[in-house]
Design a protein. Structure first.
Ligand code: HEM
Length: 226
């Protein structure tokens, strides 16, 4: 038991837990993206998918609670590592890498992380804890389109869409650093693996960012040209 406690408190233990919880969050994001892309198949398909998910409740609440725990653990331990690094840097100030040795994604980590926390809270209020059959779900023809209508209406506002796209780019930068950090934590860095991992992380980040962002862009184009 005391071994387990010292693992959680150790720097390597924290880094490994942050890496594993980060990987779990990436898996959620990939699954969520796949579900979101059903939006392109129209209201019927998208609402059917949302209903299938909600029909999995109450069992699904366990998964959702698990996701919340993973998110909170990831955030808290990351904050703890950052604080430890700041403390150790004030002692070993000559060890700190100059900022141009660190990639843009790395330098942006505190900002992208904060933006993502704010985004998730806003996003849940936006689409999860909302009336999916009220006025917000009604499209131009005066009919209610359920969750599809809620999402569509939200993205007809360029500011709303713009803020989502900023959050998606933050996610991309965060993932790019996160995947490389995961590999480093588990010792995959070598002259052969490092460039490959860099490539994988960059392409994963680009594909995820552009795929999520395509939804608000698609709605805006459709709305403005209708
Ligand atoms: C254009 C981008 C996105 C769209 C259109 C979108 C859409 C949605 C919708 C419609 C729901 C509600 C599902 C329901 O209540 O049935 C939802 C839930 C959620 N989304 Fe997103 N999402 C997007 C991006 C993201 C991103 C990038 C994240 C994470 C960083 C995220 C995290 C979540 C979470 C945690 C939930 C709650 C899941 C649950 O209740 O089980 N979403 N999203």
């Amino acid at each position: 038991m005391s071994n387990l406690l010292s693992y959680f408190k150790s720097s390597i233990g924290k880094k490994q837990i942050v890496a594993v919880t980060g990987l779990m969050l990436i898996l959620f994001i990939v699954g969520h993206l796949a579900g979101n892309l059903i939006f392109y198949l129209g209201p019927e398909a998208f609402n059917k998918y949302a209903k299938k998910l909600s029909d999995l409740r109450p069992g699904f609440y366990v998964v959702e609670f698990g996701l919340l725990v993973v998110f909170v653990v990831h955030m808290t331990l990351t904050a703890s590592i950052v604080l430890e690094n700041i403390k150790s840097r004030t002692v070993n100030y000559n060890v700190k890498k100059s900022s141009n040795q660190r990639s843009l994604s790395t330098r942006l980590m505190p900002f992208t992380g904060t933006i993502l926390i704010a985004f998730v809270v806003w996003h849940l209020l936006d689409f999860t804890f909302t009336d999916k059959h009220g006025d917000a779900s009604v499209l131009q023809d005066g009919m209610s389109y359920g969750l599809y209508g809620v999402v569509y209406n939200a993205f007809t506002d360029p500011i709303h869409s713009g803020l989502y796209i900023i959050a998606m780019f933050s996610l991309g930068f965060h993932l790019n650093h996160g995947i490389q950090s995961f590999a480093q934590t588990f010792g995959f860095s070598s002259p052969t693996y490092t460039p490959l991992i860099k490539n994988i992380s960059q392409w994963t980040a680009i594909v995820i960012t552009l795929s999520f962002s395509s939804i608000p862009v698609y709605v805006l184009i459709q709305f403005l040209s209708s």
